[in-house]
Design a protein around this ligand. Sequence first.
Ligand SMILES: C[S@@+](CC[C@H](N)C(=O)[O-])C[C@H]1O[C@@H](n2cnc3c(N)ncnc32)[C@H](O)[C@@H]1O
Length: 219
Amino acid sequence: MLPTLDARLTAAAELVRPGQPVADIGCDHGKLTAVLAASGRYPKVIGADLRPGPLAKAKQTLENAGCLDRAELRLGDGLSVLSAGEVGSIVLAGVSAQTTWEIIEKAPWVSAVGGPRLVMVPATRHSELRRWLWQHGFALVADRPVQAAGRWYAVMAAEYTGEVIEPTFTRCLLGDTGRWPEGAGYAAWQRAKLPRMRLGVPDGSALAAEMDAILKEGN
Ligand SMILES: C[S@@+](CC[C@H](N)C(=O)[O-])C[C@H]1O[C@@H](n2cnc3c(N)ncnc32)[C@H](O)[C@@H]1O
């Protein structure tokens, strides 16, 4: 039986480049790997995880979905399981923003024009992942707000262009989510975190002024 994907992984699957190999890094339960493999839209589907336990779960999911023969499972850290140019899309879903950028940083072949599309669903700190991507030459080609299990997520796709951008705090907080009907809900959820974020920022700094302006807007 094919697994059901939550809204996060459904949106992530829609951002994978069709017709090219794809890797689901940190595949864990393997639900996304199975849905991608069963779709027949990709010449190669790789599911990978750092730990054997999750990979065994993924194998079981693929078996249950009847598509074990249409995916490759690989054990290893981040993108070390791939060779340069092997895939057109890399999905990194359900790991922290920091783990996401550390995984990208360890594979310099990703930061090349014409390189793979990164499809990301950070579990935490969406704003910081957007900042990191822009500061490291990636363009956000999609930034979609979705709700799953009572939380808001941002499902992002990025491609390397080499153009470095120094974004404002507000741009990092909301990204391009405002283009979606769900953008207002996402913005309210992101803004609700501001008072706590503001506590760690010194008064008088440019960042404090920007945060205070957003907080004032909300009053
Ligand atoms: C919370 S699960 C997310 C599963 C699935 N991608 C999702 O979004 O529902 C995170 C998975 O990432 C794996 N992981 C964490 N760091 C990793 C790394 N550096 N390389 C590969 N997998 C990693 C963990 O072992 C775990 O199975």
